[in-house]
Design a protein around this ligand. Structure first.
Ligand code: SF4
Length: 202
């Protein structure tokens, strides 16, 4: 069930911190950042990059992420992004993806988790599982996958959330990257990837 938290800048920074790391390290880095700068995002924005970098070090790639966080916060200025809740979805998405280093996944996380806007974030698990299940056009890329899943969600925020969560969970537990556990997968009989594997190996 989706519970929008209406803290879009928090979600934006959290998603930057989630890049190339696991949820635990992301959360440690985020917690340390908030602890180190109790004055909030304006304080982070105006802080020396090396102090931000030191705070988020547990999340990895801290140099790059500190620079990115500073760029985003400076680009936002005093904008708290509250207006994204009611702006046309495409306009809201375009605004976010025009921020430094912000792609479709990050934009969709902000829109879905902050405001319950029906945009589906596609991470590597979602992309892999959806691709194997034939939901995406082969070679279509991440942006097209975002468009397709968002279309499938049909404008329903709960469906967008469930699609995102279910595909991630399936990708972590069963449809793993290297050796998907097709023999125990309930989707096996409708999965083009599994059928092709049977055709290849018998
Ligand atoms: S059958 Fe195999 S490839 Fe298809 S979704 Fe299930 S685990 Fe993934």
């Amino acid at each position: 069930m989706l519970y929008p938290h209406r803290a879009p800048v928090d979600e934006l920074i959290l998603t930057v911190l989630s890049q190339n790391t696991n949820d635990r390290n992301r959360d440690v880095a985020y917690g340390r950042l908030r602890e180190r700068f109790p004055g909030g995002w304006p304080e982070v924005r105006d802080a020396p990059a090396d102090e931000v970098e030191a705070a988020i070090r547990p999340g990895g790639l801290s140099n790059t992420k500190a620079a990115r966080i500073g760029e985003i916060l400076r680009a936002l200025g005093d904008d708290d992004l509250a207006w994204l809740e009611t702006a046309p979805l495409e306009k809201a998405r375009d605004f976010l993806t025009a921020l430094p280093g912000v792609g479709r996944k990050t934009a969709a996380c902000v829109l879905l988790f902050s405001f319950g806007r029906p945009d589906v974030p596609v991470d590597t698990h979602v992309f892999r599982v959806g691709g194997r299940l034939g939901l995406f056009r082969p070679g279509g890329g991440f942006d097209e996958a975002h468009d397709e899943l968002t279309r499938l969600a049909g404008g329903d925020p709960d469906d967008a959330y469930e699609l995102h969560v279910a595909l991630i969970r399936h990708g972590r537990r069963t449809c793993v990257a290297r050796s998907p556990r097709c023999e125990e997968c309930p989707l096996r009989r409708m999965c083009p990837w599994a059928r092709a594997a049977v055709a290849r190996h018998g």
